[in-house]
Design a protein around this ligand. Structure first.
Ligand SMILES: C[S@@+](CC[C@H](N)C(=O)[O-])C[C@H]1O[C@@H](n2cnc3c(N)ncnc32)[C@H](O)[C@@H]1O
Length: 516
């Protein structure tokens, strides 16, 4: 690396590492490691290994993660655009592995942009349960929302909030919370020279103040008996072991789950050996710190007592309902799924669509603008998928999301994406959204076509070109016409929409996503 490391930082590292210091310094002469993580919402690990155009070597602490080796350009392959893997620094894959996420959990990722760990959590949830993913900085939530869309996440809500306000809205609600804290980034100096330039002697103390507040908010949003994983990509004691010690002494219901000192994880420093460190001179990855904090299960709601408990009970009921609907939906017959839709016809702002709009979708829908729009959507989705996505419909203007939580649960919160974006109303018709496509498996769509990477068709599609596709290449479910919205897949993995008619596939891949 070219940037000069700050003298005071090096002195502190010498003190921290003692005899290992020279080995640590040598790592700055080596290149950082590249990695990808299989997106198991779309592809299995074995299938990715079989198809990968570049060599893959397993990452010891992440069963879905691989080193890609020098020369690999994973961002320049159609599989990246089909959301089959996330490009991620290897050490950054460790914290979610320690969070213990199970399908059906309610998980909060408090400091989430651009979404590496959120997409990893979503893959572990496998579409069941709830992921609330948040970042304080509005600009950064755009990349977060886009990544949830690219990786086919159906049950994610993106917020742009302070952790305190999230805790106030969801007291004692989440099973698992990840704090991938904003930090001084010392562990990334080899990979990101900007972090070196931004570092000043006071930087660790500045971040420690933020981390303290985020930890306190996480404790308030956690369900009794839940788990918090706290991680940083820095070496400074005050942001790591000292921060966790202070938290534990102020929160006696929490204890540290020992993970340091076993497997690939080095022990935490000083009095906290149970915390985990990844050191660049010991593993193939950048510097990371992790602590797993377990709540003992005792109820400890503070001042707002009853109101908070009531809000929590309502939310829990809603989340339970939706969790069981998601389970049902996976095995639902169309008839059963549409019964679910009728129940969930709520939320939304009204004012879209008209009686005429309903008629244009093939039936005379009647009722308020909101009801008509939902009816048009339902007709469209029933034809396209033969089943309805489980969840609460939430309209943002003309745009429809299917949310894992009812609209009221998000009232007053700055919500960037209340759920799975399924499409929008335009001139009385429903237009399917790109994220609807990316989250579908080919067999879920009435019409689909697979383009191969080898023939170059996949890249042509990703560039936005219209393609000539004979009808016999379409996979069409019995009883469906060949004309209409068609799920476009790359080697069998969903990538976007096309509109097929008379041998031509009109390209619906969004302009902002195209291959350049
Ligand atoms: C280490 S990065 C997160 C990386 C992310 N977890 C991933 O895996 O892609 C820390 C994030 O915290 C955000 N942040 C900073 N202060 C915050 C706060 N008080 N509350 C929530 N997020 C915050 C930053 O905008 C930044 O995106």
């Amino acid at each position: 690396m070219a940037a000069q490391l700050p003298g005071l930082f090096m002195e502190r590292m010498k003190e921290l590492l003692g005899p290992e210091y020279e080995l640590f310094v040598d790592t700055y002469k080596q290149s950082p490691y590249g990695g990808i993580r299989a997106n198991t919402l779309k592809i299995t690990v074995d299938e990715l290994r079989g198809r990968s155009p570049f060599g893959l070597e397993p990452i010891p602490w992440c069963p879905t993660g691989f080193y890609t080796g020098e020369g690999a350009r994973p961002g320049k392959h159609p599989y990246y655009h089909a959301g089959l893997y996330y490009i991620q620094e290897p050490s950054a894959m460790a914290p979610v592995e320690l969070l213990g996420v199970q399908p059906g959990d309610r998980v909060l990722d408090l400091c989430a942009a651009p979404g590496g760990k959120s997409t990893q959590i979503a893959a572990k949830l496998q579409g069941e349960g709830l992921l609330v993913t948040n970042d304080l900085h509005p600009e950064r939530t755009k990349a977060l929302a886009k990544n949830l869309e690219l990786y086919g996440v159906r049950n994610g809500i993106v917020l742009n909030e302070s952790p305190e306000r999230i805790a106030a809205a969801f007291p004692g609600f989440f099973d698992r919370i990840l704090i991938d804290a904003p930090c001084s980034g010392e562990g990334m100096f080899r990979k990101d020279e900007d972090m070196v330039k931004q570092w000043e002697p006071e930087t660790p103390a500045k971040y420690a103040g933020m981390q303290r507040e985020i930890l306190a908010a996480a404790a308030a949003a956690l369900k009794p008996g839940g788990t918090v994983v706290y991680s940083t990509c820095t070496f400074a004691l005050e942001e790591n072991e000292e921060m966790i010690e202070e938290f534990l002494s102020g929160h006696p219901q929490f204890s540290l789950v020992p993970v340091g000192g076993s497997g690939p994880f080095a022990a935490g420093l000083g009095p906290l050996p149970g915390a985990a460190r990844l050191w660049p001179h010991k593993v193939k990855g950048e510097g990371h710190f992790m602590a797993v904090l377990q709540h003992d299960g005792s109820e400890s709601l503070d001042s707002d007592g009853e109101a908070a408990a009531e809000a929590k009970a309502d939310l829990q009921e809603a989340a339970l309902t939706i969790s069981s609907r998601n389970r049902d939906a996976r095995s639902a017959s169309p008839a059963k799924a549409s019964a679910g839709r009728a129940e969930s016809g709520r939320g939304g702002k009204g004012g879209r669509g008209s009686g005429k709009a309903g008629a244009s979708a093939g039936r005379q829908a009647q009722g308020t603008g909101e009801e008509v729009s939902l009816a048009v959507y339902a007709d469209f989705i029933q034809e396209l998928l033969g089943t309805m996505p489980a969840g609460y419909p939430i309209w943002f203007g003309d745009h429809l999301y299917i949310s894992p939580l009812p609209r009221e649960a998000l009232d007053g919160l700055k919500t960037i994406r209340p759920g799975w974006y399924v499409g929008h109303m335009k001139s009385g018709r429903f237009i399917p959204g790109h994220p609807l496509a990316t989250a579908l498996r080919p067999a879920e769509s009435s019409r689909s076509v697979s383009l191969s990477t080898e023939s170059g068709e996949a890249v042509s599609y990703l560039k936005g070109e219209t393609l000539s596709i004979p009808e016999e290449r379409l996979s069409i479910k019995a009883g469906h016409a060949s004309k209409g919205y068609t799920l476009v897949c790359i080697d069998g993995f969903s990538a976007g929409w096309g509109k097929w008619q008379d041998g031509m596939l009109k390209n619906e891949y969004p302009a902002g996503w195209r291959w350049t």
